[in-house]
Every structure is written in C-alpha cells, then in structure tokens.
Design a protein around this ligand. Structure first.
Ligand code: PDD
Length: 284
C-alpha cells in the first residue's frame, strides 16, 4: 500500500508527490524539518516540535502560511489517512522554487511536505542492551541550532561509526562533545549528576532534552548544563542519548571503554520511564 503524503495542500499517493528540481531544498539544502513520534496514533510532544519549527523558520526567514494549530490538523490527518499506529511524522519546509541564486528569492511560496514512517518505537531491544558509540570529529556547520536538512556530515559520521563497529557517533569539537549524529548526548557522573551540554548554536536544542531536564528537576536528580569531554564521558557512571523517536537510550560503550559497569544504567531507565509516562499522557 503506497502511503498518502501531504504536499502543498494536496493529499497524494507517495508515488505521485513531485517537487521541482529548482526547489531550494534540493539545490541549497535551504529547508528545515521536524520529526514527531507517534504512539497509539497520537503525537508525542507536538507543541515542542511546533515551537522549534517556528524558531528555525524565523532564523532563516522562511515563512510558512500555516500556524501551529493548522499544522496540527495536518499531522493528525496524515496519521488518520495512513492508519499510523506507531512510528513518526516527518515534516519539511523549504524556501520554495526559484531560479538558482545564492541570494534568497522574494515572493516565492515555501514547499511543505509531510510523510509518515511506520516503525516500532516503544519496544526497542536497545533499551535493555544499550548502544555503542564511536567518537568522531564534528564536521558540521556552525548553526546546528537550526534544524536544517543539510545532514551529510551527520550521515558521514554515522557511517564511519558503523564502519568502526559502533551503533552511532558522538561528535567532538575543541575537546568537547557537542551531541550525537542524530540525538542529544548526556552523561551521569559517579556522584549521580546529570550532565548535558548547555544550549548554543553548537547543537540542536533537543525537544526530548528539554522534557528530560524538567523530569530530572522534579525527580530530584541534580543537573549541570555544561560541555563535557570524551574522557569525562568514558569515566561516567552512565551515558545515554535522547531524541524524538529513541526517547532515552542507554550508551554502554564509548570507543573501547565500557561506560560504568557496561550495562544500561538506572538513571537512564528512570528518565525513559517517566518521559514516556508524561508524554503519553499529553499525546494528541
Ligand atoms: N534527530 N541532535 C541532533 C543532531 C538531532 O538530529 C536530533 C534529532 C536531536 C534530538 O532532538 P529531539 O529530541 O528534538 O528529537 C539532537 C531527529 C529525530 C532526526 O533527525 O531524525
């Protein structure tokens, strides 16, 4: 069954949805995106993703004709049309179609695309086993706070990590870990403090990260928002990643070093459980 996708106001079978070769998303990676998890046919933390989308658009001067409430209706409709129970919704907005020119064109309509991907996100065997990480240089651009589609450096890091026998990469710049190739990086020190990098243009402002910090505060887990080094990560009691579709996943090895006792740790388990409890309760 082909999926039904959304393209600029139309609902189309995926095979019929076409975007121009002059689209600036294609020519310049002049486009931003969001990924929202769906569980039981409901959206997880929609308003967090909608707020970051607005921010990305404002930073790049892309204007979307649709407000968050109208976009919510489209998200819910794409779930319904594809009978999506579990997986994700991918949304992308590019600046639009124009003759190739480095300067932003004026008076063009943005290209808005949404599609679904069905996959199990709740039952993940890696929750029990954890994932392994390779440390690699961060070769991305300097505005990682804007969620653009220019993902090639992240994709290259992921492939290099896999080539080294790891599940994913954590990226290192000027001696500090910025984040994962497609997730926020966190550690728990041996005295039980959750350490996660503070927000800046060096990393994406993770929506899952924001929820986890709230949860840590309410659970009485001490939090430090600061950069941490690869050595600190390797010496940590626990390490984990967070993202919209992975929620919280423990990291059990960094390069050749087991993290803690080399098994999924209790704080990451506690944060995952509380996160899902809270976000499932307000899913829409
Ligand atoms: N990735 N950092 C990077 C570089 C990411 O690509 C992501 C998410 C995150 C976590 O952000 P959030 O908690 O808001 O999902 C951090 C998404 C899921 C992706 O590109 O598929």
């Amino acid at each position: 069954m082909p999926r039904t996708v959304y393209l600029n106001g139309d609902w189309l079978p995926e095979t019929e949805a076409k975007v121009s070769i002059f689209d600036r998303g294609f020519l310049f990676a002049d486009a931003i995106y969001e990924v929202t998890a769906v569980i039981g046919g409901r959206l997880i933390d929609y308003y967090g993703h909608a707020a970051r989308l607005q921010r990305s658009m404002a930073e790049l001067g892309i204007s979307c004709p649709l407000e968050p409430e109208a976009l919510l209706v489209i998200h819910q409709e794409i779930v319904r049309r594809n009978d999506l129970r579990e997986g994700l919704i991918y949304l992308q907005i590019s600046r639009g179609v124009a003759d190739r020119d480095f300067a932003y064109p004026t008076g063009v309509d943005p290209t808005l695309v949404l599609f679904t991907q069905s996959k199990p996100v709740l039952e993940n065997p890696r929750v029990a086993t954890g994932i392994t990480i390779a440390l690699l240089p961060d070769q991305r651009w300097a505005r990682r706070d804007i969620k653009t589609v220019q993902l090639l450096p992240a994709s290259m890091a992921k492939i290099e990590a896999v080539r080294r026998g790891a599940d994913d990469a954590w990226l290192v710049e000027n001696g500090f870990i910025t984040e994962g190739s497609e997730a926020t990086a966190h550690i728990v020190t041996r005295d039980g403090t959750l350490v996660t990098r503070g927000l800046s243009s060096a990393l994406l402002h993770g929506i899952t990260r924001a929820s986890l910090l709230d949860i840590a505060h309410s659970e009485g887990i001490p939090v430090e928002e600061r950069a941490f080094t690869p050595d600190e990560a390797k010496a940590a009691a626990e390490a984990f990643i967070s993202s919209a579709t992975n929620f919280v996943l423990p990291v059990t090895r960094i390069d050749d070093t087991p993290v803690g006792d080399g098994r999924a740790g209790p704080i990451s388990r506690q944060l995952r459980e509380r996160y899902l409890e809270i976000r499932l309760a307000d899913a829409i």
